[in-house]
Every structure is written in C-alpha cells, then in structure tokens.
Design a protein around this ligand. Sequence first.
Ligand SMILES: *[C@@H]1O[C@H](CO)[C@@H](O)[C@H](O)[C@H]1NC(C)=O
Length: 115
Amino acid sequence: MISKIFVLLFAIVLAVIGQTTKPICNIRCGTQYVPVCVKQDDGIVREFNNACLLALYNCLNRQSLRPNATCVKDIVREAVQDALRKSQRLPSDSSFQGRAIRDFVDALRRLIRSL
Ligand SMILES: *[C@@H]1O[C@H](CO)[C@@H](O)[C@H](O)[C@H]1NC(C)=O
C-alpha cells in the first residue's frame, strides 16, 4: 500500500517536473533574416527571423506553430511591386513631374532590391 502511494507520488513529481522544465532542444539556428510569420489566435502576427528559429521556439515551448501569415517584409515587397507595375503605365515625359516620378520609381527599385 505504502509503496503504491510512493509510486503514485513519484509519478506526480515526474509529471510536474516534465511540465515545468524546458525541453532540451539541440537546434542551432543562424541569424539569417528570411522571416516566417505565424498569426496568433489574438490576431497578432508573430515574426521569426527564420524557419529554424520557429522550429526552436516550437521545441522549447512544446508547440507546433506553422507559418500561416504574411510577414511585413512580403507585404511591403508586394506593395512596391504593385507601385512599380502601375508606374510603367504612366506617360513618360521630360517634365519636372515626370522626373520626380522616375526618381521615386528608382527609389522603389532600390528598396525592393534591399528587401
Ligand atoms: C495560425 O496558426 C496558429 C497556431 O498554429 C493558429 O492558432 C491560428 O489560428 C492560425 N491562423 C490562421 C489564420 O490560420
């Protein structure tokens, strides 16, 4: 009887320790910025610098989050590409306004290359 109680207590202690200690995760991640994003249930989009860091987060927190949201970087890229497509339909002229638009388009091109 007493030994059964001890076994039960031991099992409870193990279960509590298992829940409170962080799992050991042998995952080494680089710092490359290739973001992946997960939309939480509260609507907040959580960004991880790369897929490896998401895997590490999942391991440490015993979760299985999968990328299921668009990252800000990709939203900006899409918006810039859209602006560039539209700019190609603008009439080209040598007026000051035309030059200002071309300068702006060049700035967008540089931005999109840096993303
Ligand atoms: C994205 O994944 C998270 C975690 O797995 C989930 O809670 C959330 O509902 C998902 N969101 C969408 C938009 O699928």
